[in-house]
Design a binder for this molecule. Structure first.
Ligand code: CU
Length: 166
């Protein structure tokens, strides 16, 4: 290896180390949860949903759990068309790859809240804690928005009508 190449590799190594130090080793800093929103619950329904986008500028991670003080239970779900029927499945964990946004959205992955302690009303906000295998817990505020959202895909308000496959 020539001297010039050797010094260039050393420069690269320093840059890499610099980036690692800049991130402070706090991997939670690499995870950002944005656009967290929910829908109002219809009268008499104690089941809600939450959607959001996870940005991961850190290392590959996994979302392994979720909880909220407004609900008895919070679970990771995915909605899928099966034989013309929208069904949802429980997910144990969701891979959150570095540099790839992971979306939770209508007709796809979502957080399902069951046993809501009070109805979710438009304009409200409630906390949701996402637990990552590496980054640990990340708390977000979920905004409750109106039901008139295009492409709702029969979720949210229709959650009670869906068949759940496990
Ligand atoms: Cu669900």
């Amino acid at each position: 290896m020539s001297e010039r190449n050797a010094s260039r590799s050393a420069g690269c190594l320093l840059l890499t180390l610099g980036a690692l130090i800049a991130s402070g080793g706090a991997y939670a800093d690499g995870i950002q949860v944005t656009e967290a929103w929910s829908r109002p619950t219809p009268p008499g329904i104690d089941v809600g949903v939450a959607y959001f986008v996870i940005d991961n500028q850190g290392r590959n991670d996994r979302l392994v759990g979720v909880s909220s003080p407004v609900a008895k239970r919070a679970e990771l779900h995915i909605s899928q068309m099966e034989g013309g029927v929208m069904r949802m499945k429980h997910l144990e964990a969701v891979e959150v790859k570095s540099g790839v946004p992971t979306s939770f959205e209508p007709s796809g992955r979502h957080v399902m809240l069951t046993g809501l302690k009070q109805p979710l009303k438009e304009g409200d906000a409630f906390p949701l804690v996402l637990s990552f295998a590496n980054a640990g817990p990340v708390k977000v505020q979920v905004r409750v928005r109106g039901t008139a959202v295009a492409g709702g895909g029969g979720h949210g308000a229709d959650h009670s009508k869906m068949k759940q496959a496990r």
